[in-house]
Design a protein around this ligand. Structure first.
Ligand code: GLU
Length: 438
């Protein structure tokens, strides 16, 4: 006979069953985040009581984005905005336009934003958005219509004090301007603080363009010091030549390092003598490919991983450093400009090899840090000089590195686990103090 107590236990168990988007059979990239949370749980002490709240995104919005194409037909795209956590403040994180975007990927990216924002102590939770589209296939006006309709669809959950999007893969200041304008038209006032990464003339911040690459440099330089790698003449290999990879390559070069390899979607190029990142970008813009770059030889895609180098900067997409590619890596330091480039199994392998990995949630936090500065400037309508911004950014990144290195040393764990210990502790402390409503 089922007693009322049994019935209640059964009801609760049923209600707690895993949501379909967390089904272990179809987890995708979010599974990597869950594995990272498993690894940190033993270090959370009493706060582990709340750890399940980190495993479940707070809010997921999936939207249909229909637009008129230039030929008069209608096309539908799939859009997402995920707010992983808002315990410490509004959700914050970029919007990605890519043909391979999936819900699981956006969930993982939003969760990594929660960890990143807490790791550098920004007063934000984590969010991320995306549209499953290859923007290269759209005209400029189609891209504008897509951006505006997507913004309108997600405007029910975003806002300067709710959730603040920003650029990510294949999105840029112009797209942020359209998002800001669309949201502003919907609410009937100019709300510059609803997105960051805007053009300077619309409340954007000086220094935002290079901020992620700059943070990669600052944390990378600290890691090199720790690993005993001299900056002068250090050989750097960069994967991804978008906003992050390009700025990082430029800044490392201006400090005496030498970019020996660049890989992007168009080609992989190598030069023992060093590649000038500015010339490489000019070449890419003029020819649409890195192939044929004067002074560099084109090598096979798979050979990128084994190029002789001291520092490797994955600055493209997730899942690049795996158990297949990690054993080939010759670098002593890896600085993760991309989000989620290394799988947990590859992380273990790199640790055994003695490679020092600066994890994404620390290495690429420079972008969202200057986004935070932009948001603060928009609120106060008082704008800072580039020097002030860069000095504050450098200080935050350097201090974050040093304090996480200290935690790593104390617990004898990797920098990634240290970042998760610090970040998850901060998020769950807020959660515990706030308690559950109602
Ligand atoms: N998309 C960037 C990231 O992954 C920046 C996010 C932001 O500025 O909000 O960190």
């Amino acid at each position: 006979m089922t007693t009322p107590a049994d019935q209640k236990a059964q009801d609760i168990a049923r209600a707690q069953s895993i949501p379909s988007y967390l089904d272990p059979q179809h987890l995708g990239p979010y599974g990597i985040f869950l594995e990272q949370v498993e690894r940190v749980t033993p270090y959370l002490g009493k706060l582990a009581y709340w750890v399940e709240t980190l495993k479940r995104p707070k809010r997921i919005l999936v939207v249909d984005v229909p637009i008129h194409l230039d030929d008069g037909s209608v096309a539908h795209f799939e859009g997402y905005r995920v707010q992983h956590n808002t315990s410490r403040g509004p959700a914050k994180g970029g919007v990605r336009f890519h043909q391979d975007v999936t819900l699981s990927e956006v969930m993982a990216l939003s969760a990594w934003m929660t960890v990143k924002n807490a790791a550098v102590n920004l007063p934000y939770g984590g969010g991320k958005g995306g549209i499953r589209v290859d923007p290269r296939t759209l005209s400029n006006s189609e891209l504008e219509r897509l951006t505006r309709r997507y913004t309108s669809e997600i405007s029910i959950i975003i806002g300067p004090d709710k959730d603040i999007p920003a650029p990510d893969v294949n999105t840029n200041p112009q797209i942020m301007a359209w998002m800001m304008d669309t949201y502003s038209m919907n609410v009937g006032r100019t709300a510059t603080g609803v997105v960051t990464g805007k053009p300077i003339s619309l409340g954007g911040s000086l220094g935002r363009g290079d901020a992620t690459g700059r943070g990669v440099f600052v944390t990378g330089a600290e890691a090199m010091r720790q690993a005993g790698v001299d900056m002068q003449g250090a050989r750097v290999a960069v994967q991804g030549f978008g906003n992050v990879g390009n700025a990082a390559a430029r800044i490392f070069t201006s400090h005496g390092a030498k970019v020996v390899a660049i890989q992007d979607v168009t080609a992989t190029v190598y030069s023992e003598a060093g590649i000038d990142p500015v010339a490489a970008l000019d070449h890419l813009r003029a020819h649409g490919t890195l192939a044929g770059l004067p002074g560099a030889q084109e090598i096979a895609k798979g050979d990128f991983w084994s190029v002789p180098c001291d520092v490797m900067i994955p600055a493209a997409l997730e899942n690049q450093i795996t158990v297949d590619t990690a054993p080939k890596i010759t670098a002593k330091v890896i600085v993760e400009g991309a989000n989620g480039p290394t799988t947990p199994a590859a992380d273990d392998l790199l640790r055994e090899k003695g490679v020092l990995v600066v994890p994404d949630v620390l290495a690429n936090a420079g972008g969202v840090t200057v986004s935070y500065f932009e948001w603060v400037q928009d609120f106060s309508s008082f704008f800072w000089t580039e020097e002030e911004i860069n000095n504050r950014l450098d200080r935050i990144m350097r201090e974050a590195y040093l304090s996480l290195a200290d935690v790593a040393e104390r617990h004898k764990v990797t920098l990634r686990t240290a970042a998760y210990i610090v970040a998850c502790t901060r998020v769950l402390e807020s959660r515990a103090l706030r308690g559950l409503y109602p």
